[in-house]
Design a binder for this molecule. Structure first.
Ligand code: CO
Length: 179
């Protein structure tokens, strides 16, 4: 062998190992994207799961959503650890989630106090919420939830910090019963 051949033969096993590692390390649900010859994993958002809207009172908001917009409230649920009561409406495959604080120290109560009633967060449905969280964190995004937790409707959810999301409180969620 001459010098260049031996360099090639020496590096071949490492190259093969790197290929195998790349092929096996794609997290579930995501897609591989090729950009500038660089392959990287990017999460697969499927749709806007819901919009969270902060209201002082679900009861007072209901007539607008039901009688004006013609939506049907199909579920009212209290999420104790978030100190909120939620009401859900469906618009296509997206939901509207009204959030009413059940305590003065609820984050929703503080939001309303500071900014008034209105859109509180956007929630994207994603395939593989834990992998998606790890991915956004590796890209420097500040997380509110380091790991997914249980949200309303039994979804696995996690919030990203608005400081890292152009000031829009962003939720990633996954339906564990899907698939
Ligand atoms: Co939400």
């Amino acid at each position: 062998f001459d010098k260049s051949q031996s360099v090639f033969l020496f590096s071949l096993p490492f190259f093969i190992m790197k290929m195998i590692f790349q092929l096996t390390s794609v997290p579930s649900g995501g897609i591989m994207v090729s950009r500038d010859e660089l392959n990287f994993y990017i999460m697969n958002l499927t749709h806007i799961e819901h919009l969270g809207i902060a209201v002082k009172s679900i009861e007072e908001a209901l007539p607008y959503y039901e009688e004006v917009l013609g939506l049907k409230c199909y579920s009212v649920e209290e999420v104790a650890d978030q100190k909120v009561k939620t009401a859900f409406f469906k618009v296509g495959q997206t939901k509207i989630e009204l959030l009413e604080p059940t305590s003065e120290d609820s984050t929703i109560a503080k939001f309303i106090e500071k900014r008034g009633e209105g859109i509180h967060h956007i929630a994207f449905a994603v395939d593989g919420v834990a992998d998606a969280l790890a991915e956004v964190e590796s890209k420097g995004v500040r997380l509110i939830d380091k790991a997914p937790r249980k949200g309303a409707e039994g979804l696995n959810i996690a919030f990203l910090h608005p400081k890292s999301t152009c000031s829009v409180l962003t939720e990633l969620c996954e339906d564990p019963n899907k698939k």
